[in-house]
Design a protein around this ligand. Structure first.
Ligand SMILES: Cc1cc2nc3c(=O)[nH]c(=O)nc-3n(C[C@H](O)[C@H](O)[C@H](O)COP(=O)(O)OP(=O)(O)OC[C@H]3O[C@@H](n4cnc5c(N)ncnc54)[C@H](O)[C@@H]3O)c2cc1C
Length: 396
């Protein structure tokens, strides 16, 4: 495979995808599978170098909004069959996943698990004793019920983006790294071309999978996507002596942390909450010692043995947050052919394989059959119709 230089950037395309994170790569993969013509992917940096390469990459089916469960299920099937579907070994690790909610939200937990089972997820409610048997290192005295998914786990954002893009390129997709879209040309209510720092490409279809960079790009064509950038820090620790490695991933509302094993000898801890605003092109690359200590201290309440763990490093990154913490998927109103696929609010990795599928259906067929993504339409905030799940948690 060759890297393009500026003189070889095509002048025309059938579809231009902006961004080679997990979303752009997944869209390219699904479009290429459907032989959607000349597909060009541009990234101002390199594949997976945005939020995707910094992702904690938890994979779980536990959502309170049914369409998200459906997207997670389609994606899980792809993660489980990566070699057959994508042609690469893949990095998905099945560790199991546990969701712990605030004690006063246990009724919601039950209802959400019921809904997830109806949709085909393998998930069960487990009590304190069962959770203790599953994870003897965890302090679960305060947990009456938790949701347990034996098939979930975690993956690797840069790996998924790279694998999907490689497969798309093998099917003919053209990829230009270090090529930044600087403007979009719209005429007669249609997108006509993308201007880049390496030349222009005319195309009837342009898909912005540009994560935290999406808002300024769309503002140029007069459309405001309400995405705010939020700074997050993650700690990677070496397991303390006596800690059982390779355990379940967990999202824990009580400590407001999420955590998972990282291979058999390491442990990853992330925070529910971040800081806004942040510049996605200029944020601290090194996590602060105080912040990591504070996050780890909270996780220690759940996993006391972490106290003896050594901090190996921190990971920092930016979430592209929307007001309802759900993505914006669809055509920009009033601009035919211009699509947005962004705003994944810190949880896009696990649904990325399915997002490429639904976006390819939307672009090629004009409607999506596999999952109803209409609730995610970009205009929902202007219509005062943000997504609110029936049994939403306070920290969803
Ligand atoms: C610290 C952290 C932890 C996370 N943990 C999880 C988790 O446990 N589970 C989970 O499911 N999700 C998680 N996420 C979220 C998940 O990683 C993201 O939702 C997902 O990676 C978003 O992918 P993307 O392709 O939309 O964006 P990105 O990966 O950010 O890709 C956007 C790409 O667009 C390119 N670009 C931007 N502007 C332009 C332009 N003008 N021209 C050309 N290219 C452009 C960028 O260079 C970038 O490569 C986490 C995210 C972070 C940061």
């Amino acid at each position: 495979m060759t890297l393009l230089n500026s003189s070889s950037l095509p002048k025309t395309a059938d579809v231009v995808i902006l961004g080679a994170g997990v979303m752009g790569a997944s869209i390219a993969f699904h479009l290429a599978k459907r032989k959607a013509g000349k597909i060009v992917v541009l990234d101002k940096d390199h594949v997976g170098r945005g939020g995707s390469g910094r992702s904690s990459a938890l994979v779980r089916m536990h959502y309170s909004f049914p369409a998200e469960v459906e997207l997670a299920l389609i994606s899980l099937r792809m993660f489980q069959n990566w070699q057959d579907v994508v042609g690469a070994p893949g990095n998905f690790r099945r560790t199991g996943f546990v969701r712990i909610v605030h004690p006063n939200e246990t009724a919601r937990l039950k209802l959400n698990v019921e809904m997830q089972c109806r949709l085909g997820a393998t998930v069960e409610l487990i009590d304190k004793r069962q959770l203790h048997e599953l994870e003897p290192d965890w302090d679960v005295d305060d947990v009456q019920l938790a949701a347990y998914e034996p098939d979930s786990g975690y993956g690797d954002g840069a790996g998924v983006a790279g694998d999907l893009l490689t497969a798309a390129r093998d099917m003919g997709t053209i990829y230009a790294s270090r090529t930044q879209a600087t403007a979009l040309h719209v005429n007669d209510d249609r997108v006509r071309s993308v201007v880049t720092d390496q030349g222009a490409i005319s195309s009837p279809i342009v898909i912005a999978a540009t994560g935290p960079w999406t808002r300024p790009l769309m503002q140029q064509v007069g459309y405001d996507v309400p995405i705010e950038c939020e700074y997050h820090q993650v700690a990677i620790l070496r397991n303390a002596p006596g800690m059982r490695g390779g355990g379940c991933a967990c999202i824990d509302s009580v400590t407001a942390t999420y955590f998972r094993s990282d291979a058999h000898d390491k442990f990853l801890v992330g925070d529910f909450y971040g800081k806004r605003p942040v510049d996605p092109d200029n944020f601290p690359q090194r996590a602060s010692d105080e912040s990591l200590e504070e996050i780890i201290e909270r996780a220690c309440r759940r996993v006391p043995k972490l106290e003896g763990s050594e901090v190996m490093r921190g990971v920092t990154g930016v979430y592209d947050m929307t007001p309802d913490s759900r993505p914006l998927l669809g055509e920009i109103p009033g601009i035919r052919g211009l699509f947005v696929c962004a705003g994944f609010s810190g949880m896009g990795f696990k649904i990325s394989p399915a997002i490429g599928q639904v976006m390819s259906e939307l672009v090629l067929d004009g409607k999506v059959r596999s999952v109803d993504i209409n609730p995610f339409r970009p205009n929902r905030f202007a219509e005062n119709a943000p997504i609110k799940a029936e049994y939403e948690y306070v920290d969803d």
